[in-house]
Design a protein around this ligand. Sequence first.
Ligand SMILES: *Cc1c(COP(=O)(O)O)cnc(C)c1O
Length: 355
Amino acid sequence: MYEIKITEVAQRKEKPSDESKLGFGKLFSDHMLLINYHKDRGWFDPRVVPYGNLSLDPACSVLHYGQEIFEGAKCYRTDKGFNLFRIRDNFERMNRSAARMGMAQIPVELCLESLMALLSVDKEWTPHRTGTSLYIRPTMIATDAALGVSAAENYLFYILLSPSGAYYAGGLAPVAIYVEDSLVRAVRGGVGFAKTGGNYAASILAGAKAKHEGYAQVLWLDGVEQRYIEEVGSMNMMFVYEDRKIVTPMLNGSILPGITRDSVLTLAGHMGYEVEEKRIAIEDVMADAASGKLTEAFGTGTAAVVSPVNKIAYKDQAVHVGDGSIGRITQQLYDTLTGIQYGKLDDPFGWITSF
Ligand SMILES: *Cc1c(COP(=O)(O)O)cnc(C)c1O
């Protein structure tokens, strides 16, 4: 048990009255959680304080060299209270990101107890409307006030809570995606598997290009041969073959190991589908979509859960996947996973923490 000091705000903010207009990551709850680290002291002073600005030295290393990692999870409102989904996995992944970025390890129990302390004062910020949730954003930044390039000696860990709207207002809408054949997101040996801001910075230009051309997301290819599929936007990519087999790129160091990805593979296997993780060449996907062997395609991630894809454009060619509406297996996986998250279905894998 860690001692976490709670200082409550004098005046709570008004909660949004129209939960259909929440959007994503725009509003924040009344409080935030902070923990400091110094290499000689370890983690100290865990505290819940009123939400507000941080004070950072402008020489602060995160602002210059991007030593930063984050996580994304959700708190769901259920009939009986609140559910967290595989939350321990988020903090374990955060420590793997920290190791790659040369940052301090943080005990998973400290993260979990800190989050519960923050939720103890702000859980009522979890919206009620179907498909909404309280988004949880743990973050760690390097805070040394010095311009030398080396692993920092000081870090700040913090958690923000953001009431977020239903990703799909009118049912799961399939999107068209665009295969990026020159810019890459991550490379083998780089930081692709770490949830670090730099990967997102590297993706923004291609994302803007895709939007400009009328596509919802970028389909990323590997950074070496620019031939093998890695991810879609900031989601993992799944393909369904002949209505019975789920195929996804194997983890290779440049792909982010999504918790939704792992959950979908587990559920699909449990439902009796064949599951395969392998290298997937873009030309094979284009040919299999054209021939009809590829029956469904979708991205997976905490924000959307699944995001169906109905069109893929590569160089000067475009192929359609399925009949344009959401695939049967995509819908089944979405319904099962969200059913578990919102406490409507049993949790056979022990993924849920209820409170
Ligand atoms: C967070 C993230 C994902 C999805 O991970 P989940 O744990 O399923 O939310 C996929 N790709 C990238 C690049 C990510 O940052």
